[in-house]
Every structure is written in C-alpha cells, then in structure tokens.
Design a protein around this ligand. Structure first.
Ligand code: ADP
Length: 246
C-alpha cells in the first residue's frame, strides 16, 4: 500500500475534528473525499501534508517512511512528510507580487535549492501543460480564478511530489471556469498520479475516482468504489447527503 493512515485523530481545543480515521491509498489511485461542510475533510488533507499535526495516528508510506504522532515527532520527519505531497488550495494561495512563472519556480529554487535554469525550464513545461504558456509572465491579479488555480496546480507539480492533494480546488470558481481546472485534473488522472481530492464535484468524483470516502462528523461513514458509495450508498447519512447535493 502506497499510503496507510491509521487511527488519525485531531482536535482544535475541545472540538474533536478527526475521531480515528483509517485510509489506504494505492500507487496511481485516485481517492475522493466527500461530505458535509465541517466534517473534517480539509483537516485530514492538511494532516497528510503536515500543515496540521495530528494528536494521534500513524502515517506510513511504502518506502518505509512512518510517523507515529503519539511519539515526539521531529521537525525533520514533519519536513519529510510535507515533501511527499503537493497541495492545491481552495483559494489558490499564489504570491500576489510574483508572476505565474515565479510562483512555480519559487519552491523548487528557494526551498529545494535546485538549479534555477533547470527549474525554469521545468516550470515553463508545466505551465504549458496546464495551458498557460502565454500567460507565464502575468501576475495573479491579471489572471482569472481558473487560470490562477492552474498555476496553483503547476506550482504543486514543480515540487515533484509523490502524491497530489486537492482541497476543493474549484469551489471558489465561477461555474464557467470550473471545467478548465477539472480538465487539468483529468490529465493528471490519465498520467496515473496518486491523488486525493476533497471535492463537491460529485459527478467528477464518480468519473475519475478509484475510491470514494464519505465523511461526517469526524468519522469515515462509508467508503468504496464510486458505484458503491455514490450510486448505492448503504448508510442513511450518505444517502441524505447525496440527495441534498445531487
Ligand atoms: P470540511 O473540510 O469537511 O469542511 P474542516 O476540516 O475544514 O471540515 O473543519 C472541521 C472542523 O474543524 C470545523 O468545525 C472547523 O471549524 C474546525 N477547524 C478547522 N481548522 C481549524 C483551525 N485551524 N482552528 C480551529 N478550528 C479549526
């Protein structure tokens, strides 16, 4: 198993947000996480990317990397965990004073200290891949939301992660701009990237996912193939959620 998460728990003060989450992701698999607002989806993704530190639980990768959050965790292992995944945020989080190209090259050059000429070539290739070659010298405010999010995807890819995480990447977009971002994500599915999507796009999740997880109240209520979870959900909470959103 590429990624195994066992017993993940996270509270903010008295608010128990994740109450013991078990997730497995195979290499090349697409996992979609759906569920009502406040159910803990974003927090789970942020724990995988080490943007939040869980209180409990074990995260293991198939290369032998493991963190048990019940033990004292070193800064170095948090950094190693962070390096494994690239995150695409709901609100893009681009540097406003840097061009599209500079947004993509910043992490590899500054954080990873890679050769700047090589990184620039790779970044240009990635911006071409997301359809923005002609926009690479523009600043975020000169780009539409869909274009900014595609820069966000190129930026995450430039860090050469093993796993891509998407936190509701289209939820801030006007409806007519959602398709261009979903198309880029579809291309990554074709390239067999290992990916976890937190998404409200149920039809997209049905089309591209190998596995769907339905979360509610900090628990995984149900998981299985898209057919099982989205077409024939067993749990009442899943049925009610799907009735509301479909
Ligand atoms: P979802 O992505 O399913 O909408 P979230 O993971 O964003 O759910 O949030 C789950 C709960 O955790 C919410 O009650 C939210 O207010 C709380 N929460 C998330 N992040 C923080 C934080 N940094 N500090 C305090 N509470 C938080």
């Amino acid at each position: 198993m590429f990624l195994t998460i066992k017993g993940l728990a996270k509270s903010f003060g008295d608010n128990k947000v994740l109450k013991g989450i078990d997730v497995e992701v195979e290499k090349g698999q697409v996992l979609s996480i759906i569920g009502p607002s406040g159910s803990g989806k974003t927090t789970l993704l942020r724990c995988i990317n080490a943007l939040e530190q869980p209180d409990k639980g074990i995260i293991t990768f198939d290369d032998g990397f493991e963190i048990n959050f019940e033990n004292k965790v070193s800064k170095q292992s948090i950094q190693s965990l962070r390096r494994k995944s690239g995150m695409v945020f709901q609100s893009y989080n681009l540097f406003p004073h840097k061009t599209a190209l500079e947004n993509v090259t910043e992490g590899p050059i500054i954080v990873q200290r890679r050769n700047s000429k090589e990184v620039k070539d790779i970044a240009e290739g990635l911006l071409e891949k997301v359809g923005l070659k002609d926009k690479m010298n523009l600043y975020p405010h000169q780009l539409s939301g869909g274009q900014q999010q595609r820069v966000g995807i190129a930026r995450a890819l430039a860090m050469e992660p093993e796993l891509m995480l998407f936190d509701e990447p289209t939820s801030a977009l006007d409806p007519e701009l959602i398709g261009e971002v979903l198309n880029v994500m579809r291309d990554l599915v074709k390239e067999e990237w290992t990916m976890v999507f937190v998404t409200h796009e149920i039809q997209f999740a049905a089309d591209v996912s190998d596995k769907v997880i339905f979360m509610d109240g900090g628990y995984i209520v149900e998981q299985g193939t898209p057919k099982e979870v989205l077409k024939a959900p067993k749990e009442v909470r899943t049925q009610q959620f799907l009735q509301r959103v479909l």
